[in-house]
Ligand binder design. Structure first.
Ligand code: AMP
Ligand code: MG
Length: 528
């Protein structure tokens, strides 16, 4: 197993001098972006799963992955030549409030690999304490690690920007967690995921230096981030800055649109969990919408405020970008460069939202009159307890020659409690009528569409398989008992999420009733 390392972050950005002298105790780290940090060895690492795609992306063969060197390196037990492990300093706004220094409390990057002209930072999550661990242990448990591992890869195959995951290992050590925050702490199996991304720089990396008025480090970090993570940006320093901030805003707009398309709720959109590359990052108490609900959040910590609910994600993303802009004021060439970026978010988000909704409905364009079609759709869906994923797949099966009653039969199974729909049924039928008329006119228009072509398009944008919370939980329950079959089956299913496989049919169903109130299936805590 051989990697070509090019550790730019540690070579080019200011280092925490205390860590360099071996002071690893948790503290405020000043005037430094990173701290040299060794992973802590674990007793008995075991590889539970790996991503074939990520391994290939890094130039690793299957025998590399099966080697002892791999096991030791990605459990944090032994470094490979060229690795230079570090943790980084960042802050963040959590649930709307400035939280001060956070940092990589349990993430340790091993280095930056360059392969086939692409750069990948390798980062272990759960590999032991760092100067940013505060009062916590720097470790992670199997349940949250398995969820992060699977969901990173699921999102990638859905076409949603995300950090990737190379490996999932158990450590052979237990980790104490109070999963429900109710005073009943228990030992759980410890685990480590190796995450992979071109960059793990977050909004909070800039915020911490701005809050401390450390203009010098902030400026260095901005220059570095533009240069390493946005190499296509050219021009004068001022032009580069403006394009860079605009690019962050635009990537963020695209990201939250994609979450809407596939029904994903991040759950903890604090500014420390926002990637400058517009990647989905830090999988914690995330969830997938089963029955469509604008106000649904899987995160029990957010159960009252619902700040990070499904339908609020675009607004929160915008708010987070404003916090980033506020941090960058100190080094921005002009206020206008920041305002332009935020305007670009609004413009692209709105444009993309129309395109996403049109695609979900199989429309070739999104005209003004389609606003009403969509608004009515989401209004009745909110009232009708209907599965978001099942509905859009069923909708693709409608034929323009059908009546609303026939269409109703086709979407019937997507409802969780169709027998309770007496009041809503008329609005659903009205809407189906309207939709069918829209399809008929699309099929009859000058660039005529067909039912078959529309179905193909819709099935390429509306997933067949999503990593529903209850599926991940079943894989966790089994894995904790030593049975990895479900974990491995989900790995297969998530690679072709738009296809329909007879052998995977049992994974396509809407959420079963037993999962509605089961921990891990519909509600999750931040404990991980
Ligand atoms: P999160 O809610 O996972 O985004 O984490 C927020 C902050 O808490 C980050 O700075 C994490 O590094 C830190 N953190 C979470 N869990 C742990 C842990 N077990 N040990 C050390 N730091 C942690
Ligand atoms: Mg985080």
């Amino acid at each position: 197993m051989k990697f070509q390392f090019d550790n730019r972050l540690t070579n080019e950005l200011p280092e925490d001098t205390l860590a360099a002298q071996g002071h690893m105790q948790p503290r405020l780290v000043q005037h430094a972006v990173w701290s040299a940090t060794q992973p802590a060895a674990v007793a008995a690492p075991r590889l539970l799963a790996h991503s074939v795609d990520v391994a290939a992306m890094l130039g690793l063969s299957e025998s590399d992955v099966r080697s002892d060197a791999f096991l030791q390196a990605f459990s944090g037990n032994q470094l490979i030549d060229g690795m230079q492990p570090f943790s980084t300093c960042y802050g963040g706004h959590q649930f709307g409030h400035w939280a001060g220094q956070l940092g990589d409390g349990r993430a340790i990057s091993l280095g930056e690999v360059v392969h086939d002209g692409q750069r990948f930072e390798l980062q272990l999550k759960g590999a032991g304490p760092t100067p940013y661990s505060r009062s916590a242990d720097g470790r992670a448990v199997l349940r949250s690690s398995l969820r992060e591992f699977l969901c990173s890869e699921a999102m990638h195959h859905l076409g949603v920007p995300t950090t990737r995951a190379l490996s999932l290992m158990t450590t052979g050590e237990s980790v104490l967690r109070d999963m429900f925050y109710d005073g009943h702490a228990a030992d759980e199996p410890g685990a480590i995921v190796c995450r992979v991304a071109p960059s793990f720089i977050r909004f909070g990396h800039f915020e911490i230096f701005a809050q401390r008025e450390d203009e010098r480090t902030l400026r260095e970090l901005v220059t570095f981030c533009i240069d390493r993570d946005f190499p296509h940006i050219t021009g004068s320093a001022d032009e580069k800055f403006a394009q860079w901030f605009k690019a962050i805003c635009e990537r963020t707009a695209l990201l939250v649109n994609e979450w809407l398309r596939v029904g994903f709720v991040h759950g903890v959109m604090n500014t420390d969990n926002m990637s400058v590359l517009g990647l989905t990052i830090d999988y914690g108490p995330y969830g997938w919408v089963d029955n469509y609900d604008y106000a649904w959040t899987p995160n029990t910590t957010d159960a009252n405020g619902k700040r990070y609910a499904f339908g609020r994600q675009a607004g929160v993303a915008r708010w987070n970008l404003q916090k980033l802009a506020a941090a960058l004021v100190l080094v921005a060439p002009s206020q206008a460069s920041l305002m332009d970026g935020l305007d670009a978010f609004d413009a692209l988000y709105n444009q993309q939202l129309g395109a996403t909704l049109a695609a979900k409905l199989g429309l070739l364009d999104f005209g003004e009159s389609d606003d009403a079609l969509v608004n009515e759709l989401f209004a009745w869906m909110q009232q009708s307890n209907i599965d978001y994923t099942e509905f859009f797949r069923a909708l693709a099966n409608l034929k323009s020659s059908e009546t609303a009653d026939q269409a109703w039969q086709k979407i019937h199974d997507a409802f969780y409690q169709p027998e309770l729909l007496t009041a809503q049924q008329d609005s659903v039928l009205d809407w189906l009528n309207r939709y069918l008329n829209r399809i008929v006119s699309q099929n009859n228009s000058s660039d005529a569409d067909t039912d078959c072509a529309r179905q193909t398009r819709m099935n390429a944008t509306n997933p067949r398989f999503i990593l529903r919370n209850y599926l991940a939980q079943q894989a966790i329950d089994a894995a904790e008992q030593g049975d990895l079959s479900m974990l491995h089956e989900l790995q297969v299913a998530l690679r072709t999420p738009y296809a329909e496989h007879e052998s995977l049919k049992h994974l396509y169903a809407k959420r079963p009733d037993w999962a509605l109130n089961k921990a891990g299936c519909s509600m999750l805590s931040c404990s991980s």
